[in-house]
Every structure is written in C-alpha cells, then in structure tokens.
Design a binder for this molecule. Structure first.
Ligand code: IMP
Length: 192
C-alpha cells in the first residue's frame, strides 16, 4: 500500500522511494485501541496529556480523540538528535510545560522510544513536579537501540532498527505529514 502523496518534489528523498512500514489504517486501529485502554484505566479522572514537540503532535491529536475522558494538553520541546539520525547523547529542553503537573494524572505522549535518553530525561522532570500519577504512551518503540532502560505503559508498535518518517516523525523536519509510517532508505540517513 503506498501513500497518496507520491510527489514531494522538494524533499531529500521522493516518497516513492520509501517503503511503508505501518499503514494509516493500522495506525488508526491501534491508536483507537490505545485510547480505549486509557479510557478504561482512568475512568473518573481528568487527564493531562503532555506531548513532546514536534513528533508527537499528530499521535497526541488522534489519541486524545479516542480517549473518552476530560483531558487537557501541554507540551515539552526537546532537541535530542545532533544530525537527525545519530543521537548526540545529550537532551536539551527547548520548551517547558506551561502548567504545573503537581497532583495531575499525567500521560507523557511521545512519537518513538529510541535510545531512551529523551524519555528518561523528561520522566525525571515530570516526577519533580510530583504528579498524582505518571504514565508513558508512545506510538513506536525501537528496543534494539536502547541505551537507557525505559518502557511505555501504552505502546502502539514495536519496530525494527530502521529510521522511520511520517505521522509526525521527521527527517530534517520533512515528511511529518505523511499519513503512513515509512522507512527512509538507509543510504539517505546512514541508519540501519
Ligand atoms: P531517544 O532519546 O533516542 O529515545 O530519541 C527520541 C527522539 O528521537 C524521538 O522523539 C524522535 O524525535 C527521534 N527519533 C528516534 N528515532 C527516530 C526515527 O526513526 N525517525 C524519526 N525520529 C526519530
């Protein structure tokens, strides 16, 4: 199954050279399931969904609409990749949350767990706020790349060690709006 956008004339790699790893239908089904699970687990509570900019925005938007509970949103901004495909080993906060997380039922919403550095860094910050409860929802997990241990409480898909784009995930800021999750050819990103 291909994407509907076969022509992206100005991007580093034409979308036609990419292999679809997870289709938009598979994503929609899984995200709806995750929303149902969260709704069930937090019945009677208000949630604070904290997204990680920019990759988690599309996932957060879809997940939030599948959660049948009161929910508010906030966002962290981080930069963690020195050259987009190789971790620098350093995570930097580029935007803090706007509201206090104290006594809140917080779900940190991330696009992908890779080395685990970003999520461990953010987890420490969130826990300093003393939330009532704290869970992690991640659309993707690449466990083979882990440097620091971390697990998602709600996980969409486990994927192999490939550099993926689409559904919020980027390569040099491109491809975030692809509706499917696609594999960037290794000769482009040096990953794999
Ligand atoms: P970590 O700190 O290595 O776990 O990296 C997490 C961040 O790296 C994610 O939030 C993404 O922004 C980025 N990242 C990791 N793997 C990929 C990928 O395959 N495609 C696009 N971005 C990725």
């Amino acid at each position: 199954m291909g994407t509907t956008m076969s022509q992206f004339p100005t991007v580093p790699v034409p979308v036609s050279r990419m292999k679809v790893l997870i289709t938009r239908d598979q994503i929609a089904r899984r995200v709806a399931e995750m929303g149902r699970e969260i709704t069930h687990d937090f019945e009677g509570h208000s949630l604070l969904l904290v997204g990680v900019l920019k990759g988690a925005t599309i996932f957060l938007a879809e997940l939030a609409r599948s959660i049948e509970l009161d929910a508010t949103f906030d966002f962290f901004g981080v930069s963690s990749y020195a050259d987009r495909t190789h971790p620098s080993g350093e995570v930097r906060l580029t935007k803090d949350v706007d509201m206090s997380l104290e006594d809140k039922t917080v779900i940190l919403v991330e696009d992908i767990l890779d080395t685990g550095l970003t999520m461990n860094y953010l987890k420490n910050i969130v826990l300093q706020h003393k939330p009532r409860s704290f869970k992690i929802a991640s659309l993707l997990d690449k466990p083979s790349r882990r440097i620091q241990p971390i697990d998602a409480d709600y996980l969409g898909f486990t994927i192999p060690n490939e550099f993926v784009v689409g559904y919020g995930l980027d390569y040099a800021e491109h491809y975030r709006n692809l509706p499917d999750i696609c594999i960037l050819p290794p000769d482009v990103c040096g990953a794999g």
